[in-house]
Design a protein around this ligand. Structure first.
Ligand code: T4K
Length: 366
């Protein structure tokens, strides 16, 4: 009997009919890109929704990360980061000809361990690039103290952190810059997309120039930089997605709760805890598999797959186990252990509660 496949995620999309008027507007005014009216409107509405002062939209999170490091004038030196992430984090450092220094994580949160960050600082260190992994806030106060004490830039990879509020404000307000991803697989998507949050008009202007080849005006080009602009069609989708974001987050919360209740008490299955936040986004549902659970992580992964459930090993392997990063070796046992036990279960607003129950039952039944 054929069964419907269930993937780790599925993008939220508005009704197609709602998108058509936006396309008609684009067709009518013939402004397709280069920070047109819909791009500007989305920046404004995102600032209001998220509670941040300045946002610069990008065509994806990776180009936004690359540009964020450039915007801070980091031209050489070491950047301390986590090995437990998606490759884009590390790529952005090396792309800027900087040296990544991988330090270990706190396995409770999956985020970089600030104690180890401070131990890794040398006279070559210029910045810290932590990730709010799964949307769980890093230890932002401690990291800021370390950055201030050692005069380092602090850039957050906030690809998973859309909408998260922490200590009475947007999590994106911490650090010098925060970088978001609006990829199809993210909580808020514009098909592809991303953004940098910054805290001054001067920095916003600099980032806006950098994402437009470094162009100042028709005859002056001040920087060698990329084309990172988000098109009008992508911005239009973002404006529509914002209208339903709160119901998206609510649906995610419900599934998160159902998994947590359903999986509680299974020996050897640990659901990574989310702190109690003013606003959370439930962006992933990572479980960690260890003894005495009868199956190893890869065996459970295969079992789910045989049943049409495509969970994902976010994040395996860790950066330091990739051949392309072998010259940046460091000892990060906690990150390695977590990456060998983790499995992210399907979580998206249109996932039926029956499907969630089926996944719970498959995990329980061993
Ligand atoms: N920093 C961090 C910490 C990140 O996690 C990411 C991206 C970035 C930076 C970079 O941001 P972007 O440059 O991407 O904006 C996915 C995403 O491509 C990537 O955006 C994401 N992190 C990463 C964690 O996951 P894959 O290779 O696992 O994606 P893929 O194509 O296998 O998709 C996963 C599942 O989602 C599929 O099995 C089916 C479903 N899916 C996917 C797509 C693309 C859909 O239903 N529709 C779709 O259009 O990397």
């Amino acid at each position: 009997m054929s069964q419907e496949s269930i993937y780790v995620t599925q993008p939220v999309l508005p009704e197609l009919a709602e998108f058509i008027p936006y396309l008609e507007q684009i067709w009518k005014n013939k402004i397709l890109t280069n920070c047109g009216p819909l791009h500007q409107q989305l920046e404004k509405e995102l600032c209001e929704y998220l509670g941040v002062d300045y946002i610069s939209l990008f065509n994806n999170g990776t180009i936004a990360l690359v540009t964020a490091l450039q915007a801070l004038g980091l031209e050489q030196g070491e950047v301390i980061t986590t090995p437990y992430t998606f490759v884009a984090t590390a790529h952005s450092i090396v792309w800027n000809k900087l040296t990544p220094v991988f330090v270990d994580i706190d396995p409770q949160t999956s985020n970089i361990d600030p104690v180890k960050v401070e131990q890794a600082i040398t006279d070559k260190t210029v910045a810290i690039l932590p990730v709010h992994c799964y949307g769980i806030p890093c230890d932002v106060e401690v990291l800021q103290n370390i950055a201030t004490k050692h005069n380092l830039k602090l850039i957050y990879d906030a690809a998973h952190a859309f909408g998260v509020r922490y200590q009475g404000q947007s999590l994106l307000n911490y650090g010098d810059l925060s970088v978001m991803s609006f990829h199809a697989t993210k909580v808020f998507n514009t098909f592809e997309g991303g953004a940098i949050v910054c805290h001054s008009v001067e920095m916003k202007q600099r980032i806006d120039r950098l994402k437009n080849f470094g162009i100042v005006n028709e005859s002056i080009i001040d920087d060698i930089s990329l084309n990172g602009k988000l098109s009008e069609v992508h911005a239009a989708l973002g404006l529509l997605q914002l209208k339903s974001i709160d119901s998206t987050l609510l649906a995610r919360k419900k599934i998160d709760e159902m998994y947590r209740n359903g999986l509680a008490g299974i020996s050897g299955i640990y659901c990574i805890k989310r702190p109690s936040l003013e606003k959370d986004n439930y962006s992933y549902f990572p479980i960690v598999i260890s003894k005495p659970y009868p199956l190893r992580r890869d065996e459970l992964f295969e079992k789910l797959k045989l049943n049409g459930i495509f969970a994902r090993k976010y994040f395996y392997p860790i950066m330091t186990d990739l051949a392309i990063y072998k010259e940046y070796q460091s000892d990060t046992p906690e990150a390695k252990l977590l990456s060998e036990g983790v499995l992210c279960l399907p979580l998206y607003p249109n996932l039926s509660l029956d499907s969630v129950q089926k996944i719970i039952d498959l995990i329980k039944d061993n």
